[in-house]
Design a protein around this ligand. Sequence first.
Ligand code: GDP
Ligand code: MG
Length: 448
Amino acid sequence: SLSDRLSATFKNLRGKGRLTEADVDGTVREIRRALLDADVAVSVAREFAAKVKERALGAEVSEALNPAQQVVKIVNEELQSILGGQTRRLNYAKVGPTIIMLAGLQGAGKTTLAGKLAKSLASEGHTPLLVAADLQRPNAVTQLKVVGERAGVPVYAPHPGVQSDFDELTGDPVVVARNGVSEARQKQHDVVIVDTAGRLGVDAELMKQARDIRDAIRPNEILFVIDAMIGQDAVNTALAFDEGVDFTGVVLSKLDGDARGGAALSVASVTGKPIMFASTGENVNDFEVFHPDRMAGRILDMGDVLTLIEQAEKTWDKGEAERMAQKFADQEDFTLEDFLAQMQQIKKMGSLKKMLTMMPGANVSKQQLEQFDDRQADRIEAIVRSMTKHERVAPKIINGSRRARIARGSGVSVSEVNQLLERFTEAQKMMKKLAAGGGIPGVPSARG
Ligand code: GDP
Ligand code: MG
């Protein structure tokens, strides 16, 4: 899969000090191939890979990130920029009801989405009305009524005997849509959501119907709903609807399945239209505002890594890193104060485990990794804080009675204090080794 391939690619990059052009070429080839595997359109994948290559080769050296992380960051940023950069919110009408029309193939998830969107808007204080303008399938009107009931939102549906334009399969959806909007205006609903019919494949008649509805009601938003599982067909379907109704936004549905992110990338890339919402299940609450950044993470399947990169960049304390690097360079003693400062720095950056696995050349064993967890970092902090300044810089003086006092002060057992001191001694040794070997990888050298 895409994420597997990219992960493998990035794993290969880990541990390298610098990116060569050959590295970048290899990585980019893998990325393109992976995107193609994930049903991203050929042209989209090619363009994407070219952009990543250009940026990776010209990338400024980052102090907070190693080269592999930098490539991940670039891939992520490019994904986000294609996916729309920022989340686009709904455009509301200045006067009268905001008209939202749904379009898309049959089974895409329009009717389900209508309910979800209505419920979400209602929870924000809007007063939506749902309009059943899908007269294609005998069940469609009933389905929207059920959906509306679940959402707690009224449905305008033509009733036999009440509304003369209703005759399943022969009624005119354009008339229903127009009447629905009038009803919304009359009853002062501030939003009206018009559900429309779809076909299994794109066809001219369907598109004309959708266009006729559009021209009759002049929507503020035309949302194109597309099944995220659709694969390569995403491009053609999206292009057809874009040309047919000139939609204003995209809704990706069925993102709860194991859809690869490919469709999102293709649709956004070939139409240039923003993806606005995500549908993530059959339930009326399975609905989200679409976040380009999260989708990029999903496509890469590297959400944790991306979060870590963000945090590393945000919280890396340059001064502290340099002070530490200087200490290693000077072969000064690594004290408990340093140990504590390091813990705090690492805690700021998120999970210690993740950070250690991402440090190229850190060479941490699996067993060592399992020994670390963030709660332990908190305990260590408490223990070190219970020590006197003198004890922190000269841990050798910490005898039995001092240990007992420290344990009492920090609310832990004496054996935990003992463990900490042992771990500290280990860390001290490791730091000496690292200093001899040129410092911690990823930590900028104080000497330039
Ligand atoms: P429409 O023909 O475009 O109106 O599509 P429907 O709303 O009737 O949905 C078609 C089918 O897909 C129904 O069985 C829905 O329950 C299902 N469905 C819709 N949206 C989602 C979703 O986000 N996730 C999942 N798992 N199923 C969905
Ligand atoms: Mg429907």
